[in-house]
Design a protein around this ligand. Structure first.
Ligand SMILES: C[S@@+](CC[C@H](N)C(=O)[O-])C[C@H]1O[C@@H](n2cnc3c(N)ncnc32)[C@H](O)[C@@H]1O
Length: 331
C-alpha cells in the first residue's frame, strides 16, 4: 500500500533529511503534522506530492525559509506560484558525485565506452571521464579536472576491476568515452539560466559543498554539453542505443531514476536493457529492482536511503544517495 502523504513526509524527515539537512528535517516533520499543507498536497497528483519538489518549489518562488513557520507562511502566501512550479517542474537533482561509484565499474569494461544514461537530467553523470576522483587519498580519472570527487570506500571489489587500487586504475585513460547520450522526460540545459537556478534550488539548503560541486560540474558540462534527448526511457532506449558506434562497449546506466517509473514500466525497461548488446549499470534504491534485490545477501541500512550498485543485474556495492561513499558487497 502507498504511504499516506503525512507518512511520506515523516519518512523523508527521518530517513533522508536527518543528518543531512536540519532545515528539511524540520520542514518535513512540520508538513506531516500540518492539515493545511497536507490538504494543499492532496489537491496535487500523487507524483507531485514529494517533499523535495515542495521544498524546492517554495525556495524557487520565495527563497530559503528560516524555519517551519516561515516556510508555511511563504507557501500559503504564494500558493498559486508554488503549485504552478510543482506542476511544471520535476525533481531532477543531478548529482555528479554519483559518478564516483560508477567509475570503477566503467573502468572494468573494455574501452572505449558508449555511454547511454536514462533519466539523465542535465547530463552531469554522463561525464565520468571528465572528473577527477579521490578514493581514500588515491587519485583517479581526469586528475586535471576542475572537479575532484572525494569518495570513501570500504571492502574489497568482489569482481575483477583491473588495477583497482593498483597502477592501471589511476590517472587519465582508465575510462575512455567514444560516444555519450542521455534520455530524459525533460532534459535540463546547463546553458539555460532558469534550468540552472532550478538545479541549484534542488540542492538541500545547508549543503554548500554540494552546491559548489554542482556549479563546477555545470562549468565542466558547459565546455561541451552532453546530448540529452527528450522522451521516455522505454520509448527511446532502442533507437538511441542503436546510434552508439559499434567499436565501443555500450553501457546503459541510470542512477536515482526508477523510483519515478511505475512498476510495469520498470519491468519493461529491464527486459529491454537486458536484450541490448552491452552492459547495464544501475545505481538505485534496491526496492525498485526486484531482480537486484533478490540477489542481495545482506540488507541495506534501514535508517538511511542507500543505493545498490549493480552490474548486469548483479549487486556489487552499496552507495550513498548523494555520493561520497560506497562499500563493496561480499560475494
Ligand atoms: C532524481 S533525477 C536523477 C538524475 C541523474 N540520473 C542523477 O543521478 O543525478 C531523475 C531523472 O529521471 C528522469 N525521469 C523520470 N522518469 C523518466 C522516464 N520515464 N523516462 C526518462 N526520464 C525519466 C527525471 O526527469 C529526472 O531528470
Amino acid at each position: 500500500m502507498e504511504p499516506t502523504t503525512a507518512e511520506q513526509y515523516r519518512r523523508f524527515a527521518s530517513r533522508e533529511a536527518r543528518g543531512s539537512s536540519p532545515l528539511y528535517e524540520q520542514l518535513a516533520s512540520g508538513v506531516a503534522g500540518d492539515p493545511d499543507l497536507i490538504a494543499l498536497l492532496s489537491s496535487l497528483p500523487l507524483a507531485k506530492r514529494q517533499p523535495n519538489l515542495l521544498f524546492a518549489a517554495a525556495r524557487y518562488v520565495a527563497g530559503t525559509p528560516a524555519d517551519y513557520q516561515d516556510f508555511r507562511r511563504s507557501v500559503l502566501d504564494h500558493r498559486d506560484a508554488v503549485v504552478a512550479t510543482m506542476l511544471s517542474r520535476r525533481t531532477q537533482t543531478n548529482e555528479a558525485a554519483r559518478c564516483a561509484a560508477l567509475y570503477p565499474l566503467l573502468a572494468a569494461l573494455p574501452q572505449p565506452l558508449a555511454l547511454l544514461e536514462v533519466g539523465a537530467s542535465a547530463g552531469l553523470c554522463l561525464l565520468p571521464d571528465r572528473y577527477g576522483y579521490d578514493y581514500d587519498g588515491r587519485l583517479a580519472g581526469d586528475v586535471d579536472s576542475p572537479l575532484r570527487l572525494s569518495c570513501r570506500t570500504e571492502g574489497e571489489p568482489r569482481f575483477a576491476v583491473p588495477g583497482f587500487f593498483g597502477p592501471g586504475f589511476f590517472g587519465p585513460g582508465a575510462v575512455t568515452v567514444a560516444w555519450r547520450a542521455g534520455i530524459d522526460l525533460n532534459p535540463l540545459d546547463v546553458t539555460d539560466p532558469d534550468d540552472v537556478r532550478w538545479l541549484r534550488t534542488l540542492v538541500w539548503p545547508e549543503q554548500h559543498d554540494r552546491l559548489r560541486r554542482l556549479d563546477t560540474a555545470i562549468d565542466v558540462a558547459r565546455a561541451d554539453p552532453p546530448r540529452v534527448v527528450r522522451g521516455d526511457l522505454n520509448a527511446r532506449l532502442g533507437e538511441v542505443a542503436a546510434q552508439a558506434p559499434a567499436h565501443a562497449t555500450l553501457v546503459v546506466f541510470h542512477t536515482a531514476v526508477l523510483y519515478y517509473v511505475p512498476d510495469a514500466e520498470r519491468a519493461t525497461f529491464v527486459e529491454q536493457v537486458q536484450r541490448l548488446d552491452g552492459h547495464w549499470i544501475a545505481q538505485e534504491d534496491p526496492g525498485v529492482l526486484p531482480g537486484v534485490d533478490a540477489r542481495l545477501h545482506e540488507r541495506p541500512p534501514a535508517d538511511v536511503v542507500t543505493y545498490a550498485l549493480a552490474l548486469d543485474g548483479h549487486p556489487v556495492a552499496f552507495s550513498a544517495m548523494h555520493g561520497g561513499r560506497f562499500r563493496w558487497l561480499s560475494a
